[in-house]
Design a protein around this ligand. Structure first.
Ligand SMILES: [Zn+2]
Length: 503
């Protein structure tokens, strides 16, 4: 039965004419591959196929990540994408998407919640901020020293009660007990991504040595499942040396501009070389979070040609802020981050790596906090690292990637949807716009220009690192699980639909 549905879908695609180059999908093979993958999903039954829908999105430019853009209609039923194509459908609600792009809901694979406020509180506020910004799934890091088995049930409940987005949980492995429970995390909790800090934060996050890394790789192999080590990759000894040197030299006179020197690029480059080597030797996949420097990204470009175990992430802040843009009076220590912001050359190298595919995924590394929690008015040394970034993630990348640098929309959107879904094992349920996928959908107006104000972003935070910046290209509607939950920057949903995605 499913086969017929997909055959009809493909033949509909063939009938859609291609008025411009950007709307042409030429590679039928690629679509057939996707179709085969989708066959494993539960498809809507044939008699319901494209007869009536809950929502039909009409006349938009539909972005299939990596493959291209086609002008078509998209139909939603029971929280899933029912079909695409200009078909005669009886829609309960019609959304006119003329002139707008229609993209899969954004998956931000790198988010921290519950660090400066309760998890349930931040799930409620920050996932709303995500939704108005077009982000419908979050990869969330859960840390602490306790065994995760005890706490996970609580997290799962809290997500179902408070979250407006779906959550892909990643568990931090920082001690022996957590390490020894990896098998249970995989088989009892459905988690397959584990975080290691090669450089931690003294007093807050413990870092791990190479022996511990090898032990974790052994545990992952014992689990019998394909898992991922998400690594904060910086050499802790190099950082300790540089940090102490800058602190001794400048003391309390140190400015945010000097912070970059406390985390030199060789620390990041050395750590990616070392961990890529261990990954290849042990045949365990690694995922480098928040790569920030040109040295590390160029090195990873070369490593990835030969080493299939290596995956790479950078963040929207690293693709949009360099320290030559700092205004010391305004920014003070607001931009303190680990790794630090670097120079404009690094930003351009990271964009080059997005274009050539070295970067698999783009996240935010969101850490929600208020100005007073960040303590940004004190000395550089006492300010906390991090910032909220969920509400600005997509518009910043649309502006910097597509408007400023001319990246194709299907390439950028792939690093925000399809690639994170593939890397974290939730494709094709998430990360694409094909029949059977979850109906998480965003409409984009690439002509809309707007200034960023923290007060519009619905976060519990009171600042944005983009305050006052004008961006072109904004999400104007978000659909999550088949419900319209945001329109024109306002949250319009009625209830939480978030779940923890099991893998
Ligand atoms: Zn992080």
């Amino acid at each position: 039965m499913a086969q017929d549905i997909f055959a009809q879908y493909i033949s509909n695609l063939q009938r859609i004419t291609a008025p411009t180059k950007e709307t042409a999908i030429s590679d039928r093979e690629i679509l057939m591959n996707i179709q085969n993958k989708l066959d494993s999903l539960s498809a809507p039954s044939a008699d319901r196929f494209c007869q009536d829908s809950d929502i039909s999105v009409i006349g938009g430019k539909i972005v299939l990540p990596d493959h291209g853009v086609l002008e078509s209609d998209l139909h939603i039923k029971d929280g899933k994408i029912l079909c695409l194509g200009k078909l005669n459908v009886n829609a309960k609600r019609t959304v006119n998407a003329q002139g707008k792009y229609v993209i899969p809901g954004i998956i931000d694979p790198h988010v921290h919640l519950g660090l400066f406020a309760d998890l349930e509180h931040e799930l409620a506020t920050e996932t709303k901020s995500a939704i108005i910004g077009g982000v419908t799934s979050l990869g969330c890091y859960f840390g602490g020293q306790e065994p995760h088995l005890d706490k996970f049930f609580e997290i799962n409940n809290s997500v179902e009660q408070n979250s407006h987005t779906d959550i892909i949980p990643h568990l931090v492995i920082g001690n022996k007990t957590q390490r020894e429970q990896i098998y249970d995390y995989v088989h009892k909790l459905g988690v397959s991504s584990f975080k290691l800090y090669l450089n931690g934060i003294p007093g807050m996050i413990s870092d791990v040595d190479d022996g511990f890394i090898l032990d974790v790789m052994d545990e992952i192999k014992k689990s019998g499942k394909k898992c991922l080590i998400c690594a904060h990759a910086e050499n802790r000894d190099i950082i300790k040396r540089s940090y102490n040197k800058v602190k001794e030299d400048l003391g309390d006179e140190a400015k945010i501009y000097d912070w970059t020197r406390t985390h030199p690029e060789i620390a990041e480059e050395e750590a990616v070389i070392r961990l890529s080597y261990l990954a290849e030797k042990c045949e365990v996949d690694v995922y480098f979070v928040h790569i920030s420097s040109q040295e590390a990204i160029q090195r990873l470009e070369r490593i990835k040609r030969k080493n299939p175990y290596v995956h790479v992430e950078t963040t929207s802040p690293y693709l949009s802020i360099s320290r030559d843009m700092y205004n010391f009076d305004r920014d003070r220590n607001l931009l303190k981050m680990e790794p630090p912001f670097r120079d404009s050359e690094d930003v351009e190298e990271l964009w080059r790596a997005v274009k050539n595919g070295t970067v698999d995924c783009i996240g935010t590394d969101n850490v929600t906090q208020t100005l007073s929690e960040k303590n940004s008015n004190g000395t550089l040394w006492n300010a906390m690292a991090g910032y909220p970034a969920l509400g600005t993630h997509l518009p910043v990348l649309l502006h910097e990637g597509i408007i400023v640098r001319g990246l194709s929309i299907e390439k950028l959107i792939s690093a925000l949807t399809k690639r994170p879904a593939e890397v974290f094992g939730v494709y094709p349920r998430k990360g694409t716009l094909l029949p059977g996928s979850d109906a998480d959908i965003v409409l984009l107006d690439m002509n809309m220009e707007k200034q960023v104000h923290a007060s519009d972003l619905m976060s519990r935070s009171d600042f944005s690192i983009y305050e006052g910046r004008t961006l072109k290209g904004w999400p104007i509607m978000t659909i999550k699980s088949g419900q319209i939950v945001a329109e024109n920057g306002q949250y319009v949903g009625t209830h939480c639909t978030g779940i923890c995605l099991k893998r």
